[in-house]
Design a binder for this molecule. Sequence first.
Ligand code: NAD
Ligand code: TDX
Length: 331
Amino acid sequence: MQRVLVTGGAGFVGSNIVRYLIHETPVHVTVLDALTYAGAWKTLEGLPASRLERVQGDIRDARIVDRLVARADAVIHCAAESHNDNSLRDPLSFISTNVMGTGVLLEACRTYDARFHHISTDEVFGDLPLEGEAAFTEATPYEPSSPYSATKAASDHLVRAWIRSFGLSATISNCSNNYGPWQHVEKFIPRQITNLVDGVRPRLYGDGLHVRDWIHARDHASAVWAIVEKGRIGETYLIGARGEMSNKEIAGLILAEFGRSPDDVEYVDDRPGHDRRYALDPSKIMAETGWAPETDMAAGMRETVQWYRDNEAWWRPAKAGVEKTYRAEGF
Ligand code: NAD
Ligand code: TDX
Protein backbone atom coordinates (compact mmCIF):
# COMPACT_ATOMS: atom_id res chain seq x y z
CA MET A 1 0.00 0.00 0.00
CA GLN A 2 1.54 3.27 -1.11
CA ARG A 3 -1.09 5.98 -1.41
CA VAL A 4 -3.80 6.56 1.20
CA LEU A 5 -6.65 9.06 0.85
CA VAL A 6 -7.90 10.38 4.21
CA THR A 7 -11.23 12.23 4.06
CA GLY A 8 -11.78 14.75 6.85
CA GLY A 9 -8.02 14.78 7.52
CA ALA A 10 -8.13 18.43 8.65
CA GLY A 11 -10.46 17.56 11.55
CA PHE A 12 -9.72 16.04 14.95
CA VAL A 13 -9.67 12.27 14.39
CA GLY A 14 -8.54 12.63 10.76
CA SER A 15 -5.54 14.82 11.59
CA ASN A 16 -4.43 12.44 14.33
CA ILE A 17 -4.62 9.61 11.78
CA VAL A 18 -2.67 11.65 9.20
CA ARG A 19 0.07 12.36 11.76
CA TYR A 20 0.23 8.67 12.64
CA LEU A 21 0.53 7.67 8.96
CA ILE A 22 3.28 10.23 8.29
CA HIS A 23 5.28 9.41 11.43
CA GLU A 24 4.77 5.64 11.71
CA THR A 25 4.31 4.33 8.14
CA PRO A 26 5.92 4.92 4.72
CA VAL A 27 2.67 5.78 2.88
CA HIS A 28 1.93 8.97 0.96
CA VAL A 29 -1.20 10.71 2.27
CA THR A 30 -3.75 12.80 0.38
CA VAL A 31 -6.27 14.67 2.53
CA LEU A 32 -9.66 15.60 1.09
CA ASP A 33 -11.43 18.05 3.37
CA ALA A 34 -14.16 20.65 2.80
CA LEU A 35 -12.71 22.82 5.61
CA THR A 36 -16.05 23.33 7.33
CA TYR A 37 -16.15 25.15 10.68
CA ALA A 38 -14.53 21.97 12.10
CA GLY A 39 -11.54 21.66 9.74
CA ALA A 40 -8.49 23.82 9.00
CA TRP A 41 -5.14 23.28 7.30
CA LYS A 42 -3.40 24.79 10.33
CA THR A 43 -4.28 21.53 12.11
CA LEU A 44 -1.81 19.74 9.79
CA GLU A 45 1.00 22.30 10.15
CA GLY A 46 4.54 21.00 10.37
CA LEU A 47 4.01 17.86 8.28
CA PRO A 48 6.31 17.34 5.25
CA ALA A 49 4.81 18.41 1.89
CA SER A 50 6.66 15.54 0.19
CA ARG A 51 4.46 13.05 2.06
CA LEU A 52 1.21 15.01 2.27
CA GLU A 53 -1.09 16.42 -0.40
CA ARG A 54 -3.95 18.67 0.75
CA VAL A 55 -7.08 19.04 -1.38
CA GLN A 56 -9.98 21.25 -0.38
CA GLY A 57 -13.22 19.67 -1.60
CA ASP A 58 -16.48 18.05 -0.60
CA ILE A 59 -17.00 14.29 -0.30
CA ARG A 60 -20.42 14.77 -1.94
CA ASP A 61 -18.69 16.07 -5.10
CA ALA A 62 -18.35 12.93 -7.24
CA ARG A 63 -15.94 14.55 -9.71
CA ILE A 64 -13.28 15.41 -7.17
CA VAL A 65 -13.83 12.17 -5.23
CA ASP A 66 -13.40 10.12 -8.42
CA ARG A 67 -10.19 11.92 -9.34
CA LEU A 68 -8.63 11.23 -5.94
CA VAL A 69 -9.90 7.67 -5.42
CA ALA A 70 -8.62 6.73 -8.90
CA ARG A 71 -5.03 7.15 -7.67
CA ALA A 72 -5.43 5.85 -4.10
CA ASP A 73 -4.72 2.31 -2.90
CA ALA A 74 -6.86 2.83 0.18
CA VAL A 75 -9.38 5.32 1.54
CA ILE A 76 -9.74 6.05 5.26
CA HIS A 77 -13.07 7.85 5.55
CA CYS A 78 -13.27 10.25 8.51
CA ALA A 79 -15.12 13.24 7.01
CA ALA A 80 -18.42 13.84 8.77
CA GLU A 81 -20.60 16.22 10.64
CA SER A 82 -19.58 14.97 14.07
CA HIS A 83 -21.27 16.84 16.92
CA ASN A 84 -24.45 15.52 18.56
CA ASP A 85 -25.61 18.94 19.75
CA ASN A 86 -25.34 20.34 16.21
CA SER A 87 -27.33 17.40 14.88
CA LEU A 88 -30.23 18.48 17.10
CA ARG A 89 -30.05 21.98 15.57
CA ASP A 90 -29.57 21.02 11.92
CA PRO A 91 -30.16 17.30 11.26
CA LEU A 92 -30.41 17.56 7.47
CA SER A 93 -26.80 18.63 7.02
CA PHE A 94 -25.83 15.42 8.87
CA ILE A 95 -27.89 13.29 6.50
CA SER A 96 -26.36 15.05 3.53
CA THR A 97 -22.69 14.74 4.52
CA ASN A 98 -22.70 11.51 6.50
CA VAL A 99 -25.06 9.47 4.33
CA MET A 100 -24.78 10.93 0.81
CA GLY A 101 -21.07 11.68 1.23
CA THR A 102 -20.34 8.10 2.25
CA GLY A 103 -22.42 6.87 -0.70
CA VAL A 104 -20.37 8.95 -3.16
CA LEU A 105 -17.12 7.56 -1.72
CA LEU A 106 -18.38 3.98 -1.84
CA GLU A 107 -19.31 4.34 -5.50
CA ALA A 108 -15.85 5.69 -6.35
CA CYS A 109 -14.16 2.84 -4.43
CA ARG A 110 -16.32 0.35 -6.33
CA THR A 111 -15.35 1.91 -9.65
CA TYR A 112 -11.62 1.99 -8.93
CA ASP A 113 -11.41 -1.12 -6.74
CA ALA A 114 -9.91 0.81 -3.81
CA ARG A 115 -9.69 -0.58 -0.27
CA PHE A 116 -12.16 1.32 1.96
CA HIS A 117 -12.07 1.79 5.72
CA HIS A 118 -15.02 3.49 7.40
CA ILE A 119 -14.44 5.41 10.64
CA SER A 120 -17.56 5.09 12.74
CA THR A 121 -18.69 5.40 16.31
CA ASP A 122 -19.95 3.29 19.21
CA GLU A 123 -22.97 5.63 19.35
CA VAL A 124 -24.66 3.52 16.63
CA PHE A 125 -25.50 1.01 19.39
CA GLY A 126 -27.47 3.49 21.51
CA ASP A 127 -26.71 3.56 25.23
CA LEU A 128 -26.32 1.26 28.23
CA PRO A 129 -27.73 1.54 31.77
CA LEU A 130 -25.47 3.18 34.34
CA GLU A 131 -25.73 0.12 36.56
CA GLY A 132 -23.84 -3.03 35.58
CA GLU A 133 -20.87 -4.08 33.51
CA ALA A 134 -22.53 -4.55 30.08
CA ALA A 135 -20.45 -3.43 27.09
CA PHE A 136 -21.09 -3.16 23.34
CA THR A 137 -19.62 -5.89 21.11
CA GLU A 138 -19.58 -6.28 17.32
CA ALA A 139 -22.84 -8.29 17.71
CA THR A 140 -24.80 -5.57 19.54
CA PRO A 141 -27.90 -4.49 17.57
CA TYR A 142 -27.99 -0.92 16.22
CA GLU A 143 -30.19 1.50 18.19
CA PRO A 144 -28.96 5.05 17.54
CA SER A 145 -30.46 7.90 19.60
CA SER A 146 -29.52 11.19 17.92
CA PRO A 147 -29.71 12.40 14.33
CA TYR A 148 -25.88 12.24 14.33
CA SER A 149 -25.69 8.62 15.47
CA ALA A 150 -28.57 7.65 13.16
CA THR A 151 -26.62 8.98 10.15
CA LYS A 152 -23.49 7.10 11.27
CA ALA A 153 -25.61 3.93 11.60
CA ALA A 154 -26.99 4.54 8.09
CA SER A 155 -23.49 4.96 6.66
CA ASP A 156 -22.30 1.74 8.35
CA HIS A 157 -25.23 -0.08 6.71
CA LEU A 158 -24.27 1.38 3.32
CA VAL A 159 -20.73 0.04 3.71
CA ARG A 160 -22.03 -3.45 4.54
CA ALA A 161 -24.38 -3.34 1.54
CA TRP A 162 -21.47 -2.43 -0.79
CA ILE A 163 -19.41 -5.29 0.69
CA ARG A 164 -22.17 -7.82 0.18
CA SER A 165 -23.69 -6.63 -3.11
CA PHE A 166 -20.56 -5.42 -4.92
CA GLY A 167 -17.74 -7.30 -3.18
CA LEU A 168 -16.13 -4.04 -2.01
CA SER A 169 -12.89 -4.56 -0.03
CA ALA A 170 -14.02 -2.71 3.06
CA THR A 171 -13.80 -2.70 6.85
CA ILE A 172 -15.59 -0.67 9.53
CA SER A 173 -14.44 0.46 12.95
CA ASN A 174 -16.72 1.80 15.69
CA CYS A 175 -14.62 3.75 18.18
CA SER A 176 -15.45 5.15 21.60
CA ASN A 177 -15.03 8.83 22.63
CA ASN A 178 -11.68 10.30 21.60
CA TYR A 179 -9.69 12.95 23.44
CA GLY A 180 -6.36 14.62 22.69
CA PRO A 181 -4.93 17.57 20.75
CA TRP A 182 -6.77 19.31 17.88
CA GLN A 183 -10.30 18.53 19.11
CA HIS A 184 -12.79 21.33 18.43
CA VAL A 185 -13.81 23.47 21.44
CA GLU A 186 -17.47 22.52 20.96
CA LYS A 187 -16.69 19.04 22.38
CA PHE A 188 -16.82 18.24 26.10
CA ILE A 189 -13.15 18.02 27.13
CA PRO A 190 -11.78 20.97 25.09
CA ARG A 191 -14.80 23.07 26.09
CA GLN A 192 -14.09 22.60 29.79
CA ILE A 193 -10.31 23.09 29.50
CA THR A 194 -10.76 26.32 27.54
CA ASN A 195 -13.52 27.46 29.90
CA LEU A 196 -11.05 27.11 32.78
CA VAL A 197 -8.41 29.05 30.83
CA ASP A 198 -11.07 31.79 30.70
CA GLY A 199 -11.88 31.42 34.41
CA VAL A 200 -15.28 29.76 33.73
CA ARG A 201 -16.40 26.65 35.64
CA PRO A 202 -16.90 23.36 33.70
CA ARG A 203 -20.52 23.03 32.57
CA LEU A 204 -22.06 19.58 33.05
CA TYR A 205 -25.23 18.51 31.26
CA GLY A 206 -27.97 17.17 33.56
CA ASP A 207 -26.63 15.36 36.63
CA GLY A 208 -23.11 15.00 35.18
CA LEU A 209 -23.15 11.25 35.79
CA HIS A 210 -23.28 10.20 32.12
CA VAL A 211 -20.43 7.84 31.28
CA ARG A 212 -18.20 7.83 28.19
CA ASP A 213 -15.46 5.30 27.33
CA TRP A 214 -12.39 7.44 26.55
CA ILE A 215 -9.49 6.68 24.22
CA HIS A 216 -6.62 8.93 23.14
CA ALA A 217 -6.90 9.89 19.45
CA ARG A 218 -3.42 8.53 18.68
CA ASP A 219 -4.48 5.11 20.00
CA HIS A 220 -7.53 5.33 17.72
CA ALA A 221 -5.14 6.10 14.84
CA SER A 222 -2.88 3.11 15.52
CA ALA A 223 -5.95 0.87 15.78
CA VAL A 224 -7.26 2.05 12.40
CA TRP A 225 -3.93 1.32 10.74
CA ALA A 226 -3.83 -2.13 12.38
CA ILE A 227 -7.22 -2.87 10.78
CA VAL A 228 -6.18 -1.54 7.36
CA GLU A 229 -3.05 -3.71 7.46
CA LYS A 230 -4.25 -6.82 9.29
CA GLY A 231 -8.06 -6.72 9.52
CA ARG A 232 -10.23 -9.21 7.67
CA ILE A 233 -12.09 -7.73 4.68
CA GLY A 234 -15.81 -7.36 5.34
CA GLU A 235 -15.38 -7.26 9.13
CA THR A 236 -16.30 -4.69 11.78
CA TYR A 237 -14.01 -3.96 14.74
CA LEU A 238 -14.82 -2.04 17.91
CA ILE A 239 -11.99 0.24 19.09
CA GLY A 240 -11.73 1.28 22.73
CA ALA A 241 -9.31 1.48 25.64
CA ARG A 242 -11.55 0.41 28.53
CA GLY A 243 -11.56 4.03 29.71
CA GLU A 244 -15.00 4.49 31.26
CA MET A 245 -15.42 7.69 33.26
CA SER A 246 -18.35 9.91 34.17
CA ASN A 247 -18.40 13.48 32.91
CA LYS A 248 -18.12 14.64 36.53
CA GLU A 249 -14.94 12.55 36.98
CA ILE A 250 -13.42 13.98 33.79
CA ALA A 251 -14.24 17.51 34.95
CA GLY A 252 -12.49 16.66 38.23
CA LEU A 253 -9.31 15.59 36.39
CA ILE A 254 -9.29 18.82 34.38
CA LEU A 255 -10.00 20.96 37.46
CA ALA A 256 -7.07 19.32 39.27
CA GLU A 257 -4.73 20.52 36.49
CA PHE A 258 -5.90 24.07 37.27
CA GLY A 259 -5.45 23.56 41.03
CA ARG A 260 -9.21 23.75 41.67
CA SER A 261 -11.67 21.62 43.63
CA PRO A 262 -13.36 18.72 41.76
CA ASP A 263 -16.74 20.12 42.83
CA ASP A 264 -16.13 23.49 41.20
CA VAL A 265 -18.60 22.71 38.37
CA GLU A 266 -21.88 24.15 37.10
CA TYR A 267 -24.84 21.94 36.24
CA VAL A 268 -26.74 23.13 33.16
CA ASP A 269 -29.69 21.86 31.10
CA ASP A 270 -29.51 18.26 29.87
CA ARG A 271 -29.02 17.34 26.20
CA PRO A 272 -32.33 16.07 24.74
CA GLY A 273 -32.11 12.30 24.23
CA HIS A 274 -28.75 12.25 26.07
CA ASP A 275 -27.20 8.76 25.97
CA ARG A 276 -26.53 7.56 29.54
CA ARG A 277 -23.51 5.32 29.23
CA TYR A 278 -21.18 3.96 26.54
CA ALA A 279 -18.75 1.09 27.08
CA LEU A 280 -17.25 -1.25 24.55
CA ASP A 281 -15.34 -4.51 24.45
CA PRO A 282 -12.23 -4.22 22.23
CA SER A 283 -11.31 -7.94 22.47
CA LYS A 284 -11.77 -8.67 18.76
CA ILE A 285 -9.33 -6.10 17.38
CA MET A 286 -6.82 -6.98 20.11
CA ALA A 287 -7.00 -10.71 19.37
CA GLU A 288 -7.01 -10.45 15.58
CA THR A 289 -4.46 -7.67 14.98
CA GLY A 290 -2.39 -7.57 18.19
CA TRP A 291 -3.29 -3.88 18.64
CA ALA A 292 -3.39 -2.43 22.17
CA PRO A 293 -3.81 1.17 23.39
CA GLU A 294 -0.65 2.76 24.79
CA THR A 295 -1.84 5.96 26.48
CA ASP A 296 -2.53 6.04 30.20
CA MET A 297 -5.68 8.11 30.78
CA ALA A 298 -4.30 10.32 33.57
CA ALA A 299 -1.11 11.09 31.63
CA GLY A 300 -3.06 11.61 28.39
CA MET A 301 -5.44 14.06 30.05
CA ARG A 302 -2.56 15.98 31.63
CA GLU A 303 -0.86 16.24 28.24
CA THR A 304 -4.14 17.33 26.60
CA VAL A 305 -4.76 20.09 29.14
CA GLN A 306 -1.19 21.32 28.55
CA TRP A 307 -1.69 21.20 24.77
CA TYR A 308 -4.70 23.56 24.98
CA ARG A 309 -2.79 25.87 27.31
CA ASP A 310 0.12 25.96 24.83
CA ASN A 311 -1.99 26.27 21.66
CA GLU A 312 -4.47 29.04 22.37
CA ALA A 313 -3.88 30.53 18.90
CA TRP A 314 -5.33 27.32 17.41
CA TRP A 315 -8.60 27.25 19.40
CA ARG A 316 -9.26 30.85 20.40
CA PRO A 317 -10.94 32.00 17.13
CA ALA A 318 -13.76 29.43 17.56
CA LYS A 319 -14.36 29.84 21.30
CA ALA A 320 -16.62 32.90 21.59
CA GLY A 321 -19.00 31.75 18.84
CA VAL A 322 -19.34 28.26 20.32
CA GLU A 323 -20.09 29.64 23.80
CA LYS A 324 -22.63 32.13 22.42
CA THR A 325 -24.57 29.30 20.75
CA TYR A 326 -24.44 27.08 23.85
CA ARG A 327 -25.48 29.86 26.23
CA ALA A 328 -28.44 30.85 24.03
CA GLU A 329 -29.74 27.28 24.46
CA GLY A 330 -29.14 26.99 28.21
CA PHE A 331 -25.96 24.89 27.95
P1 NAD B 1 -14.46 16.81 13.29
O1 NAD B 1 -15.76 17.53 13.23
O2 NAD B 1 -13.38 17.30 14.17
O3 NAD B 1 -13.84 16.69 11.81
C1 NAD B 1 -14.61 16.42 10.68
C2 NAD B 1 -13.80 16.84 9.45
O4 NAD B 1 -14.58 16.51 8.28
C3 NAD B 1 -13.50 18.35 9.37
O5 NAD B 1 -12.17 18.56 8.99
C4 NAD B 1 -14.47 18.85 8.31
O6 NAD B 1 -13.99 19.99 7.61
C5 NAD B 1 -14.58 17.64 7.40
N1 NAD B 1 -15.83 17.61 6.64
C6 NAD B 1 -17.10 17.80 7.11
N2 NAD B 1 -17.98 17.73 6.09
C7 NAD B 1 -17.27 17.45 4.98
C8 NAD B 1 -17.62 17.24 3.61
N3 NAD B 1 -18.89 17.30 3.20
N4 NAD B 1 -16.64 16.96 2.72
C9 NAD B 1 -15.34 16.90 3.12
N5 NAD B 1 -14.95 17.11 4.39
C10 NAD B 1 -15.91 17.39 5.31
O7 NAD B 1 -14.88 15.33 13.64
P2 NAD B 1 -14.04 14.17 14.36
O8 NAD B 1 -14.33 14.18 15.81
O9 NAD B 1 -12.64 14.24 13.88
O10 NAD B 1 -14.75 12.90 13.73
C11 NAD B 1 -14.23 12.33 12.53
C12 NAD B 1 -14.87 10.97 12.32
O11 NAD B 1 -14.58 10.13 13.42
C13 NAD B 1 -16.39 11.04 12.20
O12 NAD B 1 -16.81 10.15 11.18
C14 NAD B 1 -16.88 10.56 13.55
O13 NAD B 1 -18.12 9.92 13.42
C15 NAD B 1 -15.78 9.58 13.92
N6 NAD B 1 -15.63 9.35 15.36
C16 NAD B 1 -15.28 10.39 16.17
C17 NAD B 1 -15.13 10.16 17.54
C18 NAD B 1 -14.76 11.26 18.49
O14 NAD B 1 -14.78 11.05 19.70
N7 NAD B 1 -14.41 12.45 18.02
C19 NAD B 1 -15.31 8.85 18.05
C20 NAD B 1 -15.67 7.83 17.18
C21 NAD B 1 -15.80 8.09 15.83
O1 TDX C 1 -20.50 21.24 27.72
C1 TDX C 1 -20.74 20.04 27.73
N1 TDX C 1 -21.11 19.45 28.90
C2 TDX C 1 -21.39 18.11 28.98
O2 TDX C 1 -21.73 17.62 30.08
C3 TDX C 1 -20.62 19.22 26.54
C4 TDX C 1 -20.19 19.84 25.24
C5 TDX C 1 -20.88 17.87 26.66
N2 TDX C 1 -21.27 17.33 27.84
C6 TDX C 1 -21.47 15.87 27.94
C7 TDX C 1 -22.30 15.21 26.86
C8 TDX C 1 -21.70 13.82 26.81
O3 TDX C 1 -22.24 13.02 27.85
O4 TDX C 1 -20.16 15.29 27.80
C9 TDX C 1 -20.22 14.03 27.11
C10 TDX C 1 -19.36 14.11 25.86
O5 TDX C 1 -19.96 15.04 24.97
P1 TDX C 1 -19.37 15.31 23.50
O6 TDX C 1 -17.96 15.75 23.61
O7 TDX C 1 -20.34 16.20 22.79
O8 TDX C 1 -19.32 13.83 22.88
P2 TDX C 1 -20.45 12.73 22.58
O9 TDX C 1 -21.79 13.34 22.41
O10 TDX C 1 -20.29 11.63 23.58
O11 TDX C 1 -19.93 12.23 21.11
C11 TDX C 1 -18.51 12.10 20.86
O12 TDX C 1 -18.11 10.76 20.92
C12 TDX C 1 -18.56 9.89 19.92
C13 TDX C 1 -18.15 12.68 19.48
O13 TDX C 1 -18.56 14.04 19.41
C14 TDX C 1 -18.76 11.86 18.38
O14 TDX C 1 -18.33 12.36 17.11
C15 TDX C 1 -18.32 10.44 18.53
O15 TDX C 1 -19.00 9.65 17.59
